[in-house]
Every structure is written in structure tokens, then in C-alpha cells.
Design a protein around this ligand. Structure first.
Ligand code: PEP
Ligand code: MG
Length: 743
């Protein structure tokens, strides 16, 4: 306690000196310091105003010029103070004689904790260098007052209601689900420990090195996959590069160091100044660029301060929701899965790699949430509703309770489903339904045991390609496939050869001609790429054959449209098999080939292809978009066509009829099969094998056990023969009558 008092009186003395020095230096009659105490800005020191006003004059946040500066965290520079609409006269200060006024906020952790201002009897605007001098002093003061414990930092948060009260932000739901946790910024804010430098040359050296390192990082990013993916990212990187090599920026930082600041303080100082200038320009394009510079400035700060890590490297201590502008898939994978409950992105899109990975990990993601950083602070409680696309910041107790109730209901259900883990999914009339799961990463495999799924009905091998910066070498592919098979034990795994292209763009695998596709989903993707670049398929075939030596290989080809494509793909496998035989390598015990039915055309040639197949998997995600000519990632179209449309169900039923008698297992592996009502309809038309997202395995098993196949079969027959106006409604009513909950 004694120490605090001592340091406070020492600080007070310092403040008194500072106002004298500044007043003199800026040739001003008045210099004052206001600090935040008990939610008010209190005059702590002044040169020029009445000394009786010290510790007496207090301004509310937002009141008068001083309050305005603190509230907006902005600088004011006025020739005629009284002409400003926020001017408020305080007689006890005796300031009526002064005309010009300039003030800057004293900032601590991005919040104003005080104001430093000067006044002059002549009506003149202060020069820019004078304002900069004030800003520099304000930085030094910020360190001083924090050390002396002069302001209540918590009270500083009270400055802006949007930073304290509950807030609801909306965005685009990228991965559904509910999550609650505390805010963690992917790139934490840097705290600047020291403002004044002891050794100017050393600081210069640090900043030069940091610039070199930052430029190196940017170059590397540009050359790397995850960040270099078309459009938006490339533009951002171009801007980054432009800033990183901007002479003006580095020169200003060096000048700030020359004025006595540490490298950190100089970077921050220049950033503050830029922020201030940009604030006056109301242009959305420039605001975006500003964001980039801010990002880069933070990067430089992280390098120079050695506070390099992302939140992942520091570890999550409790249930957390990650906030980032954008993330790479690999970055997401660095987080502790047990504690990472959700992700909120300022950017992001349905097809972003990170979203594909998050979906596979079962982590809800909300994207395109604007104004996040201005609303949320590290540690704030958040509720993420990925179903409705809402994030609630600092929720009111009632909101949190309602959320908790929904959450608890979800959990209860999950627990009930988990209890079904070892229960086999037989229908009421005794048919064993195969309920398998979809996977794509090593990390997905523990779900097999957790859910009790019958195997992996779709292993999306392109995920490894998506999370890698370069084409994964054959050894890495082999290792992954082997690990996956080991993890699966006795349960089968169906490997799908890479489905890249379309919306899953790999920058290291571009068109020969670099052409931009107008319709990527119907473009150069999947097997079409693999057959043209047969080196890619050869490598994957070798990897799959080697990984399954002594076991059964189940392999299927995506987007097969015509039988010859299957033949060509199979020929690549046969070629590799011959090679391995020659090499006297151990071969797979059996190889089962299959295709995905995603392109409607293939349904017309089933009689030709079926004799060659062991299985066929209906990819309803793509099939639906082609059947309805409706882009699957188009937000407006997503809800337009119902999976319970007679068109889809009749189509799938025809596929079943098309392979009947051919000993071909038919599975549905699109998202559709993971929804209870849709799964009920599929069972009704004769689908007995589903491969679905792991979270759906429990709910679908439970459903299966309630269903009488003969009964739903009859109902579906009737409905498909003469469809009711709304099949979904009819099916829902049917299910409810039988006590089958289908939401
Ligand atoms: C599908 O299209 O239904 C499918 C399962 O494949 P993907 O979602 O990977 O395109
Ligand atoms: Mg598909």
C-alpha cells in the first residue's frame, strides 16, 4: 500500500512537471492532464488553469471537448474551441480567455484513460508536429499512470457502451451448431511494456530486423497455398506487400525512434497517427486498406516484441470461441480441440478451407461478422448460435439461460445418442441398416469409436491436400491412409480419390492456362483433373495400394459422368498394381472399386457401369445442385429446393432400380442422409446404407430403431406415385403420429 501511495505522489509530481514542460515546448498558455477516475475525467494537473480546479473539475465521458476526445479516442485540433458543438465552459478553471485548443487521448490497451490538452489565447490551429509531440507525450504518460496505478483501467472500459453492454452481431452461418465460451483473439493484442528507449541504436536495429522478418513472412505467405487462394486473399496479400515495402512507413517509425521511443512504441505511435488521419477519410475502400495496415502493424509489433505466437501457441485455458479476421485450415488445427468451441470470422465463406475443416471437426463457425473488434474484448463471454447466424457478446443473464437450456437439451440428446454407441441399428422389422460416417482428417477417426459408426463410408482424401501448403508427397499420403486404416481397425474405410477443383481450389494445382472458371462446380474438378493430370492419380493410387497392403482397399472415384471415366481411373490403379507386383511388394488382399453418383448423366448408364462396381455412393450434395441447376454454395438457393422433393427421391429410387441384381452396395453419402426426416424418406425408398457427418450418427441410429421399413416403404410408394403438395409436411405428420421426433 505504502509503495502505491509513494508511486502515486511521485507520479503526481511528474504530471505537474509534464504540463509545465509541454506548455513551454508548445508555446501554450495552458497544458492540462485529465485522467479517468471513477468513471469521470478528472483534472489531475494543469499549467495555466486555476490550480483550485485540480482534482475538482470533472467531466463525464462525452462531455465537453475533453470528454469527446476520450469517448471517440480521437484527437481534436481547434482554432476556436468555443465554436465546437461539444464545447462546455467550466468557470472554475478560468479558461474563458483561451481560443485555440488541441487535445489527444491517453490510451491504454486501446481505450482512452485520460486526455492531454493544450490551449492558447490566439485563435490558431496547432501544427502537425505539435500534435505529434502531444501524442508522443500521451504515450509516455500512459505508461507512467499505469505504473502508478493512477487510473482505474476497468473504468476505461466503461467508455463505450458497445464495449461493455450486451451486443448481438449477425453473420453468415458457415457451420451450424451452438457454442459458448470466452473470447480468444487468434492474434492477441500486444502490450507495450516500455515506451522510452535507453539505446536508440539498439531500437533501430530491432526495427530493421523486424521489417526484414516481416517482409520475409509476407513473401512466404504469398508463395504458400493456404493464403494465396484466389480473389480476396490475393488482393490482401498484394496490399500487404505494398505496405511492407512502403518507405514512408518505415521512415516514420525510424523518426519516432529518433525522438526517443522504443521500437514497439514507435510502431504503435505511427499506427495511431495513421489511424487518426484515416479517420477523417470516409471511404470504405480505404477503410479496408487501413485494416490491412493495422494487421501488418500488429505483425511488426509481434515480431519486434517477441510476442510472436497466436493464441494457439499459448494454449486455451477454458472453453473458448476464437475470433479472427480469417484463418488458414492449418492454423485452426493447431488449437486444442477440446477447448475450442466455436469460431467467429470477420471474413470467411462457405467454401473457405477453414470452414470445411471446422465442419469436419464439428466446430460451429459464423462468418462475415462486421465490427467484431470494436465490440468484443479478450475474455468476454460469447454465445455463438451457428444455426441462426448470431453471436451474442456479453449476454444478459436471461439470454444466457435460454441459450443454456437449448444447449442442455442438445447435450442431453447427444448423451442419449452416445448411449447408442454399441447398439446396432436394426429397424423394428429387423433390417440391419449400415450407418457409417464421413471423414477427411486423421483427427476425425476417433469419432468412429465414439459414435459406433459402422465404418467410414466416405473419406475425403482432398482434405490433406487442402490443409497442405504444397502437393502432399506420396509418402505423406501413404502414411495418412495407413494411419486411418489402423485407426479404423476392423471397420471398412472407403477412400475417395481427390475431389479438388471446383470450390476446393488448390493454388499449387491450377489450370494449365490459368483460366478463371465461370462455373467451377461444373468445371475442371475431381476425376476430370485427376485423369488429365494422371501423375496425381498415379501417386494417389500407389499410396492407397501400398497403404492397404495385406488388407482390403475400398476406393471410389468422384464425379464420374460416363463409364469410360471409371475405366480410365481403374486403369491407372491396374497399372500401379502391376508395377507393385513386379516389385514383389505386398499387395492388398482385395480391391473393391466404386463410383460416386453425383452427375445425373451417370444414372442413365448404370447398366453399363454396374457390372464393374462393388459399390456406388450417391453424393446428394452435388447431385442436388445438378438436378436442380442450383449452386450448392449459393446462399439464396440453399433453401429453395427441398431434399424431400419427389424429384430427388424418385431419382434415387431409380438408381437403386438401375443397379438391382448387380451386387452393388448403394450408399447415400451427402449431407441429406444425416437429417432425420430425409433419412426416413431414404429408408422408405430402399436405401439401407448411409454415410453421414459423425454428429448425425447417433440421431440416425436412434431413428432407424424406431422405423418399420415395410410401413415407411408403403407410405413412400404412395407419396411418390402421387405426390402430396408438400411431401415434407406429409412425412413429418406421418412420423409424429408414430412418435418419431424428426426435428
Ligand atoms: C456430395 O457431393 O454429396 C459429396 C458427398 O461429396 P462432397 O460434398 O465432398 O462434394
Ligand atoms: Mg460431391
Amino acid at each position: 500500500m505504502h509503495d502505491v501511495m509513494a508511486s502515486r505522489s511521485h507520479a503526481q509530481a511528474k504530471l505537474n512537471t509534464v504540463v509545465d514542460v509541454i506548455a513551454e515546448g508548445l508555446n501554450s498558455e495552458v497544458c492540462s492532464i485529465y485522467l479517468l477516475r471513477e468513471g469521470m475525467l478528472e483534472l489531475f494537473a494543469t499549467k495555466g488553469l486555476a490550480q483550485e480546479a485540480v482534482h475538482v473539475t470533472r467531466m463525464a465521458i462525452g462531455e465537453g471537448l475533453v470528454g469527446t476526445i476520450a469517448q471517440g479516442n480521437e484527437t481534436l485540433n481547434l482554432a476556436e474551441a468555443a465554436a465546437h458543438p461539444d464545447f462546455s465552459f467550466r468557470p472554475e478553471t478560468g479558461e474563458e480567455k483561451y481560443h485555440s485548443f488541441a487535445g489527444v487521448p491517453i490510451v491504454r490497451r486501446e481505450r482512452a484513460v485520460g486526455v492531454l490538452c493544450v490551449q492558447h489565447a490566439d485563435p490558431r490551429r496547432y501544427e502537425e508536429v505539435e500534435i505529434e509531440a502531444l501524442q508522443t507525450v500521451a504515450m509516455v504518460l500512459s505508461e507512467l499512470i499505469a505504473n502508478a496505478d493512477l487510473v482505474d483501467e476497468e473504468a476505461a472500459a466503461a467508455l463505450s457502451p458497445e464495449m461493455t453492454g450486451p451486443q448481438r452481431l449477425t453473420g453468415q452461418s458457415l457451420v451450424k451448431g451452438l457454442a459458448a465460451g470466452v473470447t480468444v483473439f487468434h492474434q492477441p493484442r500486444i502490450t507495450i511494456e516500455h515506451v522510452m528507449a535507453e539505446d536508440r541504436d539498439a531500437e533501430l536495429q530491432r526495427v530493421y530486423l523486424a521489417f526484414d522478418k516481416m517482409r520475409e513472412q509476407i513473401e512466404k505467405m504469398a508463395a504458400q497455398a493456404e493464403f494465396g487462394v484466389g480473389g480476396e486473399h490475393e488482393e490482401v496479400l498484394e496490399t500487404y506487400k505494398m505496405f511492407a515495402y512502403d518507405e514512408g512507413w518505415s521512415r516514420r517509425i525510424i523518426e519516432a525512434i529518433d525522438s526517443g521511443l522504443t521500437a514497439e512504441a514507435a510502431i504503435e505511435r505511427v499506427q495511431q497517427r495513421t489511424r487518426m488521419r484515416m479517420r477523417q477519410i470516409d471511404d470504405p475502400l480505404l477503410a479496408d486498406r487501413m485494416h490491412d495496415l493495422e494487421d501488418l502493424s500488429n505483425r511488426l509489433l509481434r515480431i519486434v516484441s517477441g510476442q510472436m505466437g497466436t493464441a494457439a501457441s499459448m494454449g486455451l485455458r477454458q472453453d473458448s470461441i476464437l475470433i479472427a479476421r480469417n484463418l488458414g485450415p492449418a492454423e485452426l488445427l493447431e488449437y486444442d480441440k477440446r477447448r475450442l468451441k466455436g469460431v467467429v470470422l470477420e471474413e470467411g465463406s462457405l467454401t473457405a478451407h477453414v470452414v470445411i475443416v471446422a465442419r469436419a471437426m464439428g466446430i460451429p463457425v459464423l462468418g462475415r461478422v462486421r465490427g467484431l473488434r470494436a465490440t468484443v474484448r479478450e475474455g468476454d463471454p460469447l454465445l455463438l448460435d451457428g444455426d441462426q447466424g448470431i453471436v451474442t457478446v456479453r449476454p444478459l443473464p436471461a439470454v444466457a439461460e435460454a441459450f443454456e437450456a437449448r444447449f442442455a437439451k442438445n447435450k442431453e440428446r447427444q448423451a442419449a445418442y452416445a448411449a447408442l454407441r454399441d447398439v446396432e441399428p436394426f429397424t423394428r422389422d429387423g433390417t440391419r441398416i449400415k450407418v457409417m460416417m464421413n471423414a477427411g482428417l486423421r483427427d476425425d477417426m476417433p469419432n468412429l469409436a465414439l459414435t459406433g459408426a459402422d465404418g467410414v463410408g466416405l473419406f475425403r482424401t482432398e482434405f490433406q491436400f487442402l490443409v497442405s501448403a504444397t502437393l502432399p508427397a506420396r509418402e505423406r499420403q501413404t502414411r495418412l491412409y495407413r494411419d486411418v486404416l489402423d485407426a479404423a481397425g476392423d471397420k471398412p474405410v472407403v477412400f475417395r480419390t481427390v475431389d479438388i477443383g471446383g470450390d476446393k481450389v488448390l493454388p499449387y494445382l491450377r489450370h494449365n492456362d490459368g483460366e478463371i472458371e465461370e462455373n467451377p462446380a461444373m468445371g475442371w474438378r475431381a476425376l476430370r483433373v485427376a485423369l488429365e493430370r494422371d501423375g496425381l492419380l498415379k501417386v494417389q493410387a500407389r499410396a492407397l495400394l501400398e497403404a492397404t497392403a495385406g488388407r482390403t482397399l475400398n476406393v471410389m472415384f468422384p464425379m464420374v459422368s460416363e463409364p469410360w471415366e471409371f475405366d480410365a481411373a481403374r486403369a491407372v490403379f491396374d497399372g500401379q498394381l502391376r508395377f507393385l507386383k513386379q516389385q514383389k511388394k505386398l499387395l492388398p488382399e482385395a480391391i473393391r472399386y466404386g463410383v460416386m453418383l453425383e452427375v445425373p448423366a451417370l444414372a442413365e448408364q448404370l447398366d453399363i457401369i454396374a457390372p464393374q462396381l462393388s459399390f456406388l455412393s450417391i453424393g446428394t450434395n452435388d447431385l442436388t445442385q445438378f438436378l436442380f441447376a442450383a449452386d450448392r454454395s449459393h446462399a439464396k438457393l440453399a433453401e429453395r429446393y427441398d431434399w424431400l422433393s419427389p424429384a430427388i427421391l424418385r431419382f434415387i429410387r431409380r438408381v437403386l432400380q438401375g443397379v438391382a441384381g448387380h451386387n452393388v452396395d448403394v450408399t447415400v453419402c451427402g449431407e441429406m442422409g444425416g437429417r432425420r426426416l430425409e433419412a426416413l424418406a431414404l429408408l422408405g425408398i430402399g436405401i439401407h446404407r448411409l454415410s453421414i457427418t459423425p454428429a448425425s450418427v447417433g440421431p440416425i441410429k436412434e431413428l432407424v430403431r424406431k422405423v418399420d421399413l415395410a410401413e415407411i416403404g408403403e407410405a413412400m410408394n404412395g407419396w411418390l406415385l402421387s405426390p402430396p403438395p408438400n411431401l415434407r409436411e406429409a412425412l413429418t405428420a406421418w412420423a409424429l403420429e408414430r412418435g418419431i421426433d424428426c426435428d
